[in-house]
Ligand binder design. Structure first.
Ligand code: MG
Length: 116
């Protein structure tokens, strides 16, 4: 995610009340959950209604999800690079056998570069 996208999210927020962290957090949390449902509905139609996967619709819903996640992180002062880095660390600790030594080191080096 780049700075321009973060700026785009900041400029496109539409709140009902005052522009407070509480309002932004509430919108981000509700939006994240509802967009996940919309994305899963696209997959459900494919898996249970014998329809071809509507990739374009899924991409659009994932974009909505990404927007709300970005708003959540922006509101709480969390950078996506930190999230990704800590996720790498967590999964390598949990499932070390899945990552050959050389790859593990490359992933951990990447994670450390972002503060994990
Ligand atoms: Mg949507």
């Amino acid at each position: 995610m780049n700075d321009l996208y973060r700026e785009f999210v900041d400029q496109s927020v539409q709140l009902k009340g005052e522009d407070t962290d509480r309002e932004r957090l509430l919108l981000a949390v509700i939006g994240t959950m509802s967009e996940a449902g919309e994305a899963m509905d696209v997959v459900k139609k494919h898996l249970f209604h014998d329809k071809p996967l509507d990739r374009e619709a899924l991409v659009l819903e994932l974009g909505d999800e990404f927007w709300y996640l970005t708003l959540l992180m922006r509101t709480l002062g969390i950078f996506p690079e930190e999230v990704m880095a800590k996720n790498i660390n967590k999964l390598i600790e949990r499932f070390p056998e899945k990552y050959p030594q050389a790859e593990r080191e490359a992933f951990l080096t990447y994670a450390r570069a972002f503060g994990a």
